[in-house]
Design a protein around this ligand. Structure first.
Ligand SMILES: [Zn+2]
Length: 464
């Protein structure tokens, strides 16, 4: 569906569209480009105030992408190119729910909270928090865009806008000595002592991550349960303001690895670091929403090229052959890399075979949810307004003797997963009232975990 006005067309938003999130991406194209240097002018006013925010955006091979921060209520967006003008109204109204994602900055008891960064870079706690909140907003929007591309509309999770600072009881030396799993457990305990973890999931960053020129200390990139935990080794490449997002993705400055961490999937530049690390945060957030590893897309290794969703020139692509090399990406997401090299994973079956369908461009092919992932998120409690009355519903049930999965509500997805989280088989159901599913006998192997989610987001996770 295009919003069209003569020369200017919008491809991913429609007039009067309601958004449940504030940081949005507008994509479109110019039919007749005046000249290669002409820019697109955006005027943004809200709630019918006379004052406008204006900004200029590049048009590249007829296409444009614009990132805006919507205000509560009505937002009037006017796009001007040459003599062409298109006005569209977009409405921002957060979805009311208790189920949110809370951004957190964790500071060790003997640390000032300043993250590692180049000399001229403001690495204060305040700036760290701004970067984390903006990054989470981008992931919220990316999630919605990719759900839309799979046909589920712009469904996404809700976030808390204030980044909470937590002083850990750990000192830096203890953090440096702990393995990532132990660290995750410790921080998870400290965080859940302060919050109701039944309705909150957490995205936390450790301030003290330190690259000494050869080795990385205090680094973690793990997501599961209710917590996604990260080091801040590449936080210096992240934007803290909306207008810095594109310049950060397009920053080709080389990383001086004697001083700073390069986690760019062999691109060696700031933009690559931002893309890989934002993507890996997105991937781990996928895990806290109960997603397993898919062969492709965000829950595979499609997260390195997140920048393609924002940029127009299709450059700075992560190299595909990196999977076989030892890299920091391997260190950071060891499980994921192993899975990709592992032939145990079958191609998605039947319903799942639409490999990142939508538009077959470079971006949508690699940066996407698999249909299994998108189907799980479409019914997940963090993605839907939850009815308190449903709290005592029966979860899906596995009847071992008969290889049956039953559900009072209706099944949405059934998956078989390895203990490392990789999805072996995925069945998605698109009609309501799928109350019984018989597990095909040939797929039943000891050691696999059965995952099932019903239409109200109730989940079963059980070892076969
Ligand atoms: Zn993973």
């Amino acid at each position: 569906m295009n919003e069209e006005n003569g020369n200017i067309s919008l491809t991913n938003v429609v007039n009067n569209e309601l958004f449940s999130y504030s940081t949005i991406l507008i994509k479109g194209f110019i039919r007749n480009v005046v000249d290669n240097d002409s820019k697109l002018l955006i005027e943004h006013s809200f709630n019918y105030n006379a004052s406008n925010n204006t900004s200029l955006w590049t048009v590249f091979k007829n296409n444009f992408k614009v990132i805006l921060e919507l205000k509560h209520g009505d937002n009037l967006i006017t796009l001007k190119y040459g003599k062409s003008i298109l006005t569209t109204k977009l409405v921002f109204k957060p979805r009311r729910t208790k189920f949110t994602v809370q951004p957190i900055y964790v500071i060790c008891s003997d640390h000032d909270g300043k993250f590692q960064a180049p000399k001229d870079h403001d690495n204060s706690v305040h700036v760290a928090c701004k970067k984390i909140v903006l990054g989470l907003k981008l992931i919220q929007m990316l999630t919605a865009e990719k759900m839309d591309e799979q046909g589920f509309g712009k469904k996404t999770f809700q976030i808390e806008n204030d980044c909470q600072i937590i002083k850990s009881s750990l000192i830096r030396e203890s953090v440096f000595k702990m393995n990532p799993e132990k660290l995750w457990e410790h921080i998870a305990r400290e965080i859940t002592a302060n919050y109701n973890s039944y309705v909150k999931k957490f995205l936390a960053f450790l301030s003290c991550t330190y690259w000494d020129g050869k080795n990385l200390h205090g680094h973690v990139a793990l997501g599961g349960g209710g917590l996604a935990l990260f080091g801040t080794g590449c936080l210096y490449t992240w934007p803290s303001e909306l207008e810095e997002i594109l310049p950060c993705f397009m920053n080709m400055k080389k990383v001086n690895t004697s001083l700073l961490l390069d986690d760019s999937c062999f691109r060696g530049n700031f933009g690559g670091c931002f893309s890989t690390t934002l993507g890996s945060v997105w991937h781990e957030i996928g895990h806290i929403f109960d997603l397993g590893h898919s062969k492709y897309g965000i829950m595979g290794r499609g997260f390195d090229n997140v920048h393609l969703t924002f940029t127009l020139d299709g450059k700075n692509i992560a190299q595909e052959n990196v999977f076989k090399k030892k890299t920091y990406a391997v260190y950071i997401e060891e499980n994921c890399i192993n899975n990709l090299n592992d032939n145990k994973i079958d191609l998605p079956n039947n319903n799942s075979s639409k490999l990142c369908n939508a538009i077959k461009n470079n971006e949508s092919k690699t940066v996407c949810w698999s249909i299994g992932c998108a189907s799980i998120l479409s019914v997940h409690k963090w993605f839907n307004t939850f009815n308190e009355k449903n709290i005592n519903e029966n979860i899906p049930n596995y009847v071992k003797k008969r290889n049956l999965i039953t559900s009072d509500i209706g099944l949405k997805v059934v998956q078989l997963r390895h203990d490392d989280g990789s999805v072996i088989h995925s069945w998605e159901f698109f009609k309501p009232n799928k109350r019984i599913f018989i597990l095909p006998i040939q797929h039943i192997n000891i050691g696999l975990t059965i995952f099932a989610i019903d239409l109200n987001g109730n989940m079963l996770k059980q070892l076969l």
